[in-house]
Design a protein. Structure first.
Length: 343
């Protein structure tokens, strides 16, 4: 089989992905929600968190540790506060429901915080940020994750990579979208290099003996390194407090592994939505945002032909290109998606 990527339209990939979840017992609307988030992630060029995860997600559904027909409950605590219990459902389904609640509350109150407990892996933050900006909302989001890193200065894996995101809308062009984990590189990137038989750069991780390594598997088995040392460590703890502790759910090393089929993960997420148009008015907000971006883009790049980028710009350009030309996938991955869809 050729190793050259093959392209598929976003519409066709969405249809296949949705059908795979319908085949696994998901209600039609929930299958739609997962497919939209996964394919949006692939459109953004974040291939480690798109349909690449489909087979593992469905293995966990088949094992009964993720509920295809989850009972998701919403506990309103105040006009701008709610806690969502995901009922051990698919993370994207639970997260999409929680984001919808948060945006509805923010339209009414100007700001809202919705915490989520008893969920599972929800993918990347970026597609939720994009959805918020389409609705003219700003979003802080984050999710706890299974243990992958040791507290700064320690040896025991206790906390997750715990990514967070921030997104803000613009009048036209690429919205501001920040999506970052707390390690130098995400585990998904390390797994991708491992599966391709390639080395990873030095500095991403230490092996189990605490020595620098370029072997992705040795890094996965060892100690992934925080961005900025103690600073990344502190940010990871912050996300765990907002997503796990304050949701009333699991936190730190109580969170399960999405690569196992033995138990629900018990993951927590959070969504803090702000209506920026309520602060300064729509016209002024968008004018100020354009002036903000224009100042950044006007900075002289270090190298000839270089460009100063704003977070979200590359992903937006990727979305435009992939919508036009199709999403590139490895042939074996596309075959897997088709097989799971029954095609």
């Amino acid at each position: 089989m050729s190793t050259e990527p093959v392209t598929i339209s976003a519409e066709d990939l969405s249809a296949l992905t949705k059908q795979a979840f319908v085949n696994a017992g998901f209600p039609d609307s929930d299958a739609d929600a997962v497919a939209e988030i996964l394919v949006t992630t692939d459109l953004m060029g974040i291939s480690t968190h798109g349909v690449h995860r489909l087979e593992q997600y469905l293995k966990r559904v088949e094992a009964g540790v993720v509920q295809a027909k989850a009972e998701i409950t919403i506990d309103d605590r105040a006009p701008a506060l709610a806690v969502v219990d995901g009922g051990a459902g698919q993370g994207q389904v639970v997260a999409a429901r929680a984001l919808e609640v948060a945006m509805k509350k923010a339209r009414e109150t100007g700001i809202a915080y919705v915490a989520v407990r008893n969920s599972n892996h929800f993918g990347g933050n970026a597609p939720y940020g994009y959805a918020a900006t389409v609705a003219a909302m700003a979003l802080f989001s984050g999710t706890a994750a299974s243990p992958a890193l040791s507290p700064f200065g320690g040896r025991d894996r206790l906390l997750g990579n715990n990514p967070f995101g921030f997104a803000a809308p613009r009048r036209t062009g690429a919205p501001f979208i920040l999506d970052m984990a707390q390690s130098v590189a995400a585990r998904g990137k390390m797994r991708k290099l491992r599966d391709a038989g390639e080395e990873m750069p030095l500095g991403w991780a230490l092996d189990s003996n605490g020595e620098p390594t370029t072997d992705p598997q040795a890094g996965l088995d060892g100690f992934i390194q925080f961005i900025g040392g103690h600073k990344g460590y502190g940010l990871s703890l912050m996300v765990d407090i907002l997503a796990g502790l304050m949701s009333g759910g699991r936190f730190l090393d109580d969170i399960g592994d999405m690569w196992a089929e033995t138990e629900p993960q018990g993951v927590g997420h959070y969504f803090i939505v702000i209506d920026p148009l309520r602060l300064v008015g729509a016209g002024e907000y968008y004018d100020r945002m354009e002036a903000f971006v224009a100042k950044i883009k006007a900075v002289q790049p270090f190298s000839d032909g270089g460009e100063v980028l704003v977070p979200g710009e590359l992903e937006y350009r990727c979305m435009e290109a992939y919508r036009r030309d199709g999403i590139p996938l490895a042939p074996e991955l596309l075959e897997t998606v088709k097989r799971l869809a029954g095609g």
